[in-house]
Write a protein that binds this ligand. Sequence first.
Ligand code: SF4
Length: 221
Amino acid sequence: MVEKKEVFARMLLRWWEKNRRDFPWRHTKNPYEVLVAEMLLRKTTAQQVEKIYSAFLSRYPNPKALAEADEDELRKMLRPLGMEHARAKLLKRFGAVVKEEYGGIIPSDYAALLKLPGVGMYAANAVLSLVYSKDVPMVDTNFIRIVERVFGFKSRKARARCDKELWEFAQKLVPKGASREFNLAVLDLAAAVCTARTPQCSKCPLTAVCAYFKNVKDAHS
Ligand code: SF4
C-alpha cells in the first residue's frame, strides 16, 4: 500500500512544477550565498530580501569580505530589512568565524555548520539540501504548519522548531533524491496556499490527504 507520506510528497511536487516561486538565491549552489540568504530572510519578507540580495553579494562576495566589512556600511545596506544592528553584528561574526576557523570555506558537515554564528538546524539543513542534495528536511514554522495540518502531528514542545520528534517525522517525509524540490515546494505552498491564518484549501493539491481539511469538511456535513 502506498503510504500517505509518499502521496503527500508526490502531490506536492506535482503542484510545485507549475507553481514554484523564483528568487535569486534559488539559482546558487554556493553555500555562502545560501547561508546569507537564509540569514537575511529571517523576520522579513522574501520581497524585501530580493531588493538587496544581489547588491549584498557584490559588496560582500565571500566570508572574508563580510568579516572585514565596515559595520556602519553593512548596517546601512541591511536597513531595508529592519533589525540592522543585530543583523550586521551577526553577519560579521559569522564571516569572521568562517574566515578564522575554517579558512574562509563554509564547512559541509552538519555539526560544523551548527557551530557557525547564526546557523541553526534549519539553515544547516538548507545548505545540506539545497547545495549538497542530501535528503534532509528544512523545518521552519511553514513546514511545521503543513505537517500539523496534513498529518495531525501536534508537537508537545513549547518551541516546535526544536522538537526532535518533529524533525524525525519531517525526515521521513523527504522523498529520496528530491529534497531540494520538496523543501522549496513546502515553502511555496505555505506562502501561497496553506497560509497561517486562512488556508486556501479550495486551491490546495493536498486535500485528499489533509487531516485538517477532512475535519473541516466533516464538521460541515
Ligand atoms: S488542504 Fe488546506 S489545510 Fe490542508 S494543506 Fe491544503 S491548504 Fe493546508
